[in-house]
Design a protein around this ligand. Structure first.
Ligand SMILES: *[C@@H]1O[C@H](CO)[C@@H](O)[C@H](O)[C@H]1NC(C)=O
Ligand SMILES: *[C@@H]1O[C@H](CO)[C@@H](O)[C@H](O)[C@H]1NC(C)=O
Ligand SMILES: *[C@@H]1O[C@H](CO)[C@@H](O)[C@H](O)[C@H]1NC(C)=O
Ligand SMILES: *[C@@H]1O[C@H](CO)[C@@H](O)[C@H](O)[C@H]1NC(C)=O
Ligand SMILES: [Zn+2]
Length: 433
């Protein structure tokens, strides 16, 4: 009787286990989509039926917090590496060198491996090293080589590329979905430059921004329809996210704008600077002048000045080698002008990541995700281990935690529950006998 029970029990476990191992073995694919500068609440004053539908069919986070340095390249690179900015060292949108005074604009950095490749491997490379096929469509960092290795396929945004052409947005979706369905890619990252551009040019409250959100919403609808049309519903997981929010720039006559040269003689005290770039400024003092610079800027209103090594631990910037010794973070909405006010943006980011206006979005759907699941807010650094889990690969060392994000997944726990239920029902049959 004992033996029989054991045999039956193990048969039950096997029966419960068999379809399971098949299910776990079925590989899913992952599409990561980023809409640059999508503030967390941009869908709240616009009608967005497709995004609303997505929240019912999938996962939505109330908002997520980008890493400190709420800028495009630093934040995207944290998402794709799971590392803090001080570790991956992509510390600005511009590539710079204080020794040579080199400064390159964001788009010019996109194929410069020496800016991106600082010993931290992004997800594409880690996935490729474990046998997966990966591609990047315009995603920041996708155009560089890492330890001499290129991403299998990378399209890089060209200078002057239009950002808001809806026809092209749909073509890009068709392109990346064909990579999945016709060429068996496992991971593709897709980047769109909106609503960041419109946020800078018009400000976050402008009707044109709302129009772009409607366009993004239609694009999300198109994406879902195209996934369905290609029969990818059961194998493709999709994460929609972004890199930072956007806030209205404060201007005269509402406020006195900050002109730093009023507080310190920049030529005399600084050998290198990137200012006039929104609310985040960096500066290398001339030899022996660090304290003088720090003291002068400490007296300036509407900003906080930091010595790099004394920045709050929560910024995860203090250990960066690349960041210059002085970092200035303006109060929300203020621009750091160096000498004159030449700045024209009506909206900007780069401010403290604790500000609600800097928070951004996270949505996900697909076979591995729960439906109608509203997640509490989390730091974007935790997206990385989630992506590794979805792709079933071993993550590289990272600063995220799967425990934060795995609640969104249907995961193995449901399968275990199912086998336990089966077992219990068998046992109840035995007790009846
Ligand atoms: C990446 O490496 C390949 C092959 O070594 C080389 O042809 C290409 O120019 C490199 N690209 C970048 C962006 O460094
Ligand atoms: C948008 O892109 C399509 C396809 O490339 C092109 O035919 C069309 O002229 C573009 N529209 C605008 C307004 O640039
Ligand atoms: C900016 O600084 C001035 C001077 O300290 C202060 O009066 C003002 O309230 C500040 N503005 C904002 C918006 O914080
Ligand atoms: C981030 O992760 C790296 C790699 O594991 C580790 O060396 C570093 O100490 C971590 N940073 C923090 C703040 O935990
Ligand atoms: Zn951005």
């Amino acid at each position: 009787m004992r033996l029989q029970l054991l045999l039956v029990l193990s048969a039950v476990i096997c029966a419960a286990g068999k379809p399971l191992s098949k299910a776990t073995a079925r590989k899913t694919k992952l599409l990561l989509v980023s809409f640059d500068g999508f503030r967390w609440d941009y869908d709240q004053d616009v009608d967005t039926p497709h995004l609303d539908r997505l929240a019912v069919d999938g996962v939505k986070a109330k908002y997520i917090t980008p890493p400190m340095l709420t800028m495009t390249s630093p934040s995207h690179f944290t998402t794709i590496t799971g590392r803090w900015v001080e570790d991956h060292e992509v510390v600005h949108n511009m590539m710079f060198n204080p020794k040579t005074n080199l400064k390159l604009n964001h788009k010019e950095t996109l194929k410069r491996s020496e800016w991106w490749d600082n010993g931290v491997l992004p997800l594409w490379i880690t996935a490729q090293n474990q046998g997966l096929k990966t591609a990047s469509f315009h995603f920041p960092g996708g155009g560089a080589n890492y330890s001499g290795q290129a991403i299998h396929r990378a399209l890089v945004e060209e200078v002057g590329q239009p950002d808001d052409n809806e026809t092209e947005w749909r073509q890009n979706i068709d392109t990346v979905l064909s990579w999945f369905s016709e060429e068996d890619f496992d991971l593709v990252t897709l980047y769109y430059g909106e609503p960041d551009n419109v946020g800078h040019a018009k400000g976050p409250d402008h009707p044109r921004r709302k129009e772009i959100i409607r366009q993004i919403d239609r694009t999300v609808g198109y994406l879902r329809e195209a996934i369905h049309r290609r029969g990818l519903n059961d194998i493709l997981n999709v994460i929609l996210t972004s890199d930072h929010g956007m806030t209205t720039v404060k201007k005269r006559p509402l406020v006195d704008e900050i002109v730093l040269n009023k507080y310190l003689n920049l030529i005399k005290l600084a050998s290198f600077e990137i200012l006039d770039y929104g609310g985040f400024g960096i500066l290398t003092p001339r030899p022996g002048k660090q304290q003088e610079v720090f003291d002068a800027l400490s007296k300036a209103p509407n900003l906080t000045v930091y010595k790099k090594h004394e920045m709050p631990a929560s910024f995860h910037l203090a250990n960066s080698e690349r960041l210059p010794p002085i970092v200035i973070v303006a109060d929300l909405g203020f621009n750091l002008n160096s000498r004159f006010i030449v700045y024209v943006n009506k909206g900007d980011h780069g401010f403290h990541n604790g500000e609600m206006d800097m928070k951004t979005i996270f949505r996900a759907f697909g076979p591995s995700f729960k439906s109608n699941f509203l997640s509490e807010p989390f730091d974007s650094v935790h997206i990385y281990p989630l992506m590794c889990q979805l792709l079933q690969i071993q993550p590289a060392p990272h600063n995220g935690s799967l425990a934060v994000t795995e609640k969104m997944l249907l995961g193995g726990s449901r399968r275990v529950q199912r086998s336990v239920a089966l077992l219990l029902s068998m046992l109840s049959v035995f007790t009846m006998l």
